[in-house]
Structure formats: structure tokens, C-alpha cells
Ligand binder design. Structure first.
Ligand SMILES: NC(=O)c1ccc[n+]([C@@H]2O[C@H](COP(=O)([O-])OP(=O)(O)OC[C@H]3O[C@@H](n4cnc5c(N)ncnc54)[C@H](OP(=O)(O)O)[C@@H]3O)[C@@H](O)[C@H]2O)c1
Length: 266
């Protein structure tokens, strides 16, 4: 199942990654988010192999890098992810970033994802860092019901309402990446105040706010106590007033903006 809280794995590699995934699985995480670009699929695969969980018990998302969007390269990339993760299939494969060169038609990439799905290499596919124009183009080609999620940066300081609203209209799940603004939520006085009220910390409040907005959140952490706080955020209930207060923190403060990014909507 595409659980609303998943484990982010960007920037964590090697033994540390294997250890973090094992700790997360012990806590109860059943959704892991990785990417070929994170160079940690093998480390995650080790933890999965060591766990007693069957492959249908842990949801795995990986992403195809933008240099591999051509039909054959995409299928090879997915096969390589499966091998490294020691799995027969991925639950979800995402186009990590749209093709910045414009050389590979989006339709070709989507057809390759459809093919991967038909062949049983992936159960679902989706996109990441897609703006409204690209999402419309993708939905027009494969049908909006084929696109499980659009994963993009979302936290209290960047709420990305234009693209989020289109996802809602299309019935496409929003996955919020960097839900803690890389830890910056810890310094926000309002989040601290609400956290005090719930006897938790601002990271948990940011996650609870996303979940209550029906977003999927994939926070990362290298510390067991943080992994637990983040996982337990799903049991918090913020009042309508607290939700509204956090809604008002939007500052359009984008953290991830590489030179190959598409033209953002907000
Ligand atoms: N699709 C894309 O292009 C894309 C881009 C970026 C990220 N992502 C995905 O989104 C995931 C999350 O983003 P991210 O890892 O960059 O940033 P993040 O989850 O927003 O923040 C991680 C930072 O927050 C700290 N933290 C975590 N839990 C905490 C807690 N309970 N209390 C205090 N501090 C806490 C961590 O430090 P400690 O380790 O000390 O806990 C770490 O420094 C990534 O791992 C990746 O899977 C996707």
C-alpha cells in the first residue's frame, strides 16, 4: 500500500543507509523512497534482505534519472534498480525530473513506463518535479488515472498550491518531498508553539499538517528518535485553527532548484 508516510533516503549511503532502513522497518515504516541518483539502492536492498518482510509488505519507490528517459534506457534503469534492491518489481517508478534537453518526447518515456508496468517490472508509475503544463501533457497521453503521484517540494514554507490543486483535480496523489524543509521547520516559532501544545517537535507538526491535507510525506532522518517522532506524527490531530495558521506560513521558499528544473508554477 502507498502509505501516507514514507522514509526519504536522499544523501544517506553505505552502512548508515542500511542501518537507517533497518531501524525504520523496526519502527513500522513500510514505504521507502529512493532514486538511482541517490546511489543507495544496494544499501537499502541489504536491509530489506535482512528483514523478514516479504516484498509485498514494503512499498518501494525509485526514480529514473533524466539521462535515462529514452525507452530502452528507462527499462534498463528500472531493471538495475530491482537488482540492487533485491526485488522482482518496484511498487512505483517515477520520472525524477522532466527531460531538460527536450530531446526525448515525454510520450516515449510514458510509453516505456506503460511497457514496464505490462511486463510486471513496476506496479505503478508517476512523475516528479512536473509543473502544470507537463502534468497536463502526461495526463493527456496516458490518462490521469495511470499517474499515481506527482512528487515535488512541499513544506509549510513552500506550499506549491497551483500544481497541488491540479493534482487534486486530476485525482493524482501529491507526494511532498523535503517535508521538513531540510530541517528548517525546527526553527519556526509558530510550529514550535503548536508542537508544545501536542508535546512533540516542529518536524512532527509539519508532517501532521501535510498528512491532514491528504499529502504523502517522505521525511528523512539518520537518527532513530527522529525516525520515530516522524512516524508517530500520523497519530497527531491538528485543530482547524492550527491547520489554518500553518497554511499562512507559505513564503514560496524553494530549496531545490537546479539549473535543469522546469519552469515552476509558483
Ligand atoms: N524527487 C525529488 O527531486 C526529491 C528532491 C529532494 C528530496 N526528495 C525526497 O524527499 C526526502 C526528504 O527530503 P530531505 O531528506 O532532503 O529533507 P527533509 O526530510 O525535509 O529533512 C531532513 C532533515 O531534517 C532533519 N530531521 C528529520 N527528522 C527530524 C526530527 N524529527 N527532528 C529534528 N530534525 C529532523 C534531519 O536530520 P537528522 O538526520 O539529524 O534527523 C535532516 O537534516 C528525500 O530523502 C528524498 O527521498 C526527492
Amino acid at each position: 500500500m502507498f502509505e501516507p508516510i514514507g522514509l526519504g533516503t536522499f544523501r544517506i549511503q553505505g552502512k548508515k543507509m542500511t542501518e537507517v532502513v533497518s531501524q525504520a522497518l523496526d519502527i513500522g515504516y513500510r514505504h521507502i523512497d529512493t532514486a538511482t541518483m541517490y546511489r543507495n539502492e544496494k544499501d537499502i536492498g541489504k536491509a530489506l534482505a535482512q528483514s523478514r518482510l516479504r516484498q509485498d509488505q514494503v512499498w518501494l519507490t525509485s526514480k529514473v534519472w533524466h539521462t535515462d528517459l529514452e525507452h530502452k534506457k528507462l527499462l534498463d534503469s528500472i531493471k538495475s534498480s530491482c537488482e540492487k534492491l533485491q526485488r522482482d518489481y518496484l511498487d512505483l517508478s517515477l520520472i525524477h525530473w522532466p527531460d531538460p534537453t527536450g530531446d526525448i518526447p515525454l510520450e516515449e518515456t510514458l510509453d516505456a513506463l506503460m511497457k514496464a508496468k505490462q511486463e510486471g517490472l513496476i506496479k505503478n508509475f508517476g512523475v516528479s518535479n512536473f509543473n502544470r503544463a507537463l502534468l497536463k501533457q502526461a495526463a493527456k497521453h496516458v490518462g490521469r488515472e495511470q499517474i499515481l503521484t506527482n512528487q515535488f517540494e512541499m513544506h509549510p514554507f513552500l506550499q506549491n498550491r497551483a500544481i497541488a490543486n491540479l493534482c487534486d483535480e486530476y485525482g493524482i496523489r501529491v507526494t511532498a518531498y523535503m517535508p521538513l524543509a531540510e530541517g528548517k521547520v525546527m526553527e519556526e516559532p509558530l510550529l514550535q508553539e503548536i508542537a508544545d501544545d501536542h508535546a512533540t517537535n516542529p518536524a512532527a507538526i509539519a508532517i501532521a499538517w501535510l498528512l491532514q491535507h491528504k499529502r504523502t510525506a517522505i521525511p528523512s532522518s539518520t537518527k532513530p528518535e527522529h525516525l520515530r517522532t516522524n512516524f508517530d506524527a500520523q497519530h497527531l490531530h491538528l485543530s482547524p485553527q492550527q491547520m489554518h495558521q500553518i497554511d499562512s506560513l507559505d513564503r514560496h521558499q524553494r530549496i531545490v532548484d537546479p539549473d535543469f528544473a522546469p519552469q515552476w508554477d509558483d
